[in-house]
Write a protein that binds this ligand. Structure first.
Ligand SMILES: *Cc1c(COP(=O)(O)O)cnc(C)c1O
Length: 377
């Protein structure tokens, strides 16, 4: 059994993907070819925002947003303590300070009450200027944007949506990657919408930021002339082969993959209803794109032993995430290390992510559920 079955997906989409790749090879337009612009239009339309700028990966997407806003030395960016490293790494790499905020124990996403406390604390400390909140749609579930937006307005902060895991999710009928002043995503192969290498995208309704990001992604070029460089930028492009693959995959994602992965989540929920596990909760008004199906093991369960028993039966499982951000060695001795996040610490000890993808069979789901329940007995 695969954790995320990309071979099976390729087997289903092979004819269309092979044709799309062959088309790029014969066009020999490997950078900024037609499929890149077409894909950007399709992604913007799907998400429901005015501008989509593709780039080299989800980490660069966050960096491009921060650079467009001029976030750097002396600035504070509020980041959930329970996330992939990039969300905190990017502000730190720009010279800003990531301030880690605890999460909600059922949604796994940044806790709006803790967020407001952290903003007040940074303001009172007076060392750093609060500039932005980088909310994450963890495991496919949009963060609590109604409340987060209110808080951002109240304190005059910019909102970045790190939708690297959230693409395809919804809140009150609006799609993920539309909630931030700028939103970002990743097309790393294992994400909800993945390509065949690295890729990412930035989304915004703001014309000025969109133009700056397009420039920053290509060495700070002037809009008309790529050899007239008006700002210090990066080289961060999605190549044409990846765009062609993504066009095929986006069609499958919209037509059936999202529906199928939701069905898989429902089957897991039913199979685990009597298990004593804490199951992922999707509140009314929310839709998850199920980047991960993550359960919490009962108090005192030996997670490594459980994983070993699953592995004996050929069932892969992963721990996302093992370590709170604020205890990562990279932040040792910095302002960022001084965070109080008991929920994240609890989650890091108990979470387990199970095989999850649109091509998972009913049989596989029952096999995983039975094996996990048995391992816990
Ligand atoms: C994967 C991920 C990223 C980074 O995306 P890459 O394409 O791997 O650079 C950023 N944030 C979160 C939450 C992620 O899961």
């Amino acid at each position: 059994m695969q954790f995320r079955d990309l071979k099976q997906q390729y087997a289903v989409l092979k004819d269309d993907i092979d044709k799309a790749v062959a088309g790029v090879l014969s066009s020999a337009q490997f950078i900024s070819g037609g499929p890149v612009r077409e894909l950007e239009a399709q992604l913007a339309e799907y998400v429901g925002v005015k501008h989509c700028i593709t780039c080299a990966n989800g980490t660069d997407a966050i960096t491009l947003a921060l650079k467009a806003w001029g976030i750097g030395s002396g600035d504070a960016v509020f980041v959930p303590d329970f996330t992939f490293f990039s969300t905190g790494e990017c502000p730190a790499a720009e010279g800003a300070v990531p301030v880690f905020v605890d999460v909600d124990e059922r949604s796994f996403n940044i806790d709006p009450d803790r967020l407001e406390e952290a903003i007040i604390k940074v303001k009172n400390d007076g060392r750093y200027t609060p500039r932005a909140v980088a909310a994450v749609d963890l495991f496919g579930l949009p963060a609590e944007y109604d409340r987060i937006k209110e808080i951002c307005q109240k304190y005059g902060l910019l909102l970045l949506e790190d939708g690297a895991q959230g693409f395809g999710g919804e809140l009150n009928g609006k799609r993920a990657c539309s909630f931030g002043d700028i939103s970002t995503t990743s097309f790393f192969p294992a994400k909800p919408l993945g390509c065949y290498g690295d890729g990412g995208a930035v989304f915004t309704n703001n014309d000025e930021w969109a133009a700056i990001i397009r420039s920053l992604a290509v060495h700070g070029k002037n809009a008309e002339n790529k050899y007239d460089n008006i700002r210090i930028g990066m080289n961060s492009r999605l190549d044409t082969l990846q765009a062609a693959v993504l066009q095929v995959k986006l069609r499958a994602f919209r037509e059936y993959e999202l529906a199928d992965v939701s069905k898989a989540a429902e089957l897991y929920n039913e199979a685990f209803s009597d298990s004593g596990l804490v199951l992922p909760l999707v509140n009314a008004g929310y839709m998850s794109s199920w980047a991960q199906y993550t359960v919490q093991l009962p108090e005192g369960a030996d997670r490594s032993a459980v994983q070993a028993k699953l592995k004996e039966q050929g069932i892969p499982s992963m721990v996302y995430y093992m370590k709170p951000m604020h205890v990562q060695g990279a932040f040792a001795g910095t302002y960022s290390a001084d965070a109080d996040c008991p929920v994240t610490e609890m989650l890091c000890g108990k979470v387990l992510s199970l095989p999850m993808h649109p091509y998972l069979s009913k049989n596989d789901i029952y096999t995983v559920a039975e094996a996990l329940k048995e391992a816990l007995r």
